[in-house]
Design a protein around this ligand. Sequence first.
Ligand SMILES: [Zn+2]
Ligand SMILES: [Zn+2]
Length: 375
Amino acid sequence: MLRMAPAQKNIEACNSMPSQLKMRLMPLNSKVNNSAQCENNNSVNTISDKVNIDAEFDLEKYEAMDFKAKIRWPDLIVQVLLHLVSIYGLYLTLTFKAKLLTVLYVFFTIYTSGFGITAGVHRLWSHRAYQARTPLRVILAILFTVTGQRDIYTWALDHRVHHKYTETAADPHDIRRGFWFAHVGWLVLTPHPAVEDRRAALRKTSLDLDADPVVKWQKKYFIPMFALLNVMLPVWVPWYCWNETLENSFVISFVTRFTITLNIAFCVNSFAHLWGNKPYDRFIKSTENILVSLAALGEGWHNYHHVFPWDYRTSELGRINISTGFIDAFAKIGWAYNLKMATSAMIISRAKRSGDGTLGETEEPDPTAKNESIE
Ligand SMILES: [Zn+2]
Ligand SMILES: [Zn+2]
């Protein structure tokens, strides 16, 4: 029998319940009754679940494989340069050699563009935790491009692989290989063959991404959009609008901002898979990490997120989660809809079954009505 990832084990258990399995196989655009939605660690409630992509996949073979990653020198050099120049950027900032407006602008850009990651490529495109009308998808695609973190398709695909094969050889940033590998090493090393295998498998089945014109458009024009939105615009604004020097603008508003945003995202893969409590599932490595949540607009409640990846809030009600507020605001004007949420009963029962006993130490999940799907 094939060795299964924790996520796969849950799916197996889940699949033994025919009515719930039926719910999982509903088309993307159908309304999901969350109380009946299956509780599992799988990432996406998509048409990809209809296809058994694991039939030919021998994880055990990959786990036993003697694999030595090679350094991808161009990627390593880019990362080293970004970080070295960013240290200079921090020096310019801390010694007041840059204008205060430039620093405030960078801070503002980091935290507005961040919604393109959290509410956009993560909760919307990777997990389909809610649906968004075209204007919101365009806004999210633009914000995401400002962060410069590759194209939506590539990011979402890798994230789906991460959730489906967490803590296995097929996990692109497998935390079992250590903090630095999960943080940044995976981006500068050749991927494990199991990762490439599963990327190819999920590519065949992530038809929802292929079908989204905003995703296609952002992928097609990624390089010019990256140049415009991640480099030129952030450098131009402080230089043109308040006479910042071009050097300061380039170093702080492009390189340092870009690198800080990257590291905030990296922290979810490293810190939030290592340090923190596990109220919902003590058998997985992802944790609840408040510092990561504060830095990453609510994405550090990662034990919850790996247990209920289809919940648009990525955390329980009451947790600090600015991205949830962002989605809620767009839900009010109808641009975000079909928001999926775990019910309190689901959360409590899961915590009782597999949590580390810390649920409710800081706060109880809301036991009242606010746990129904918002249409
Ligand atoms: Zn994770
Ligand atoms: Zn996720």
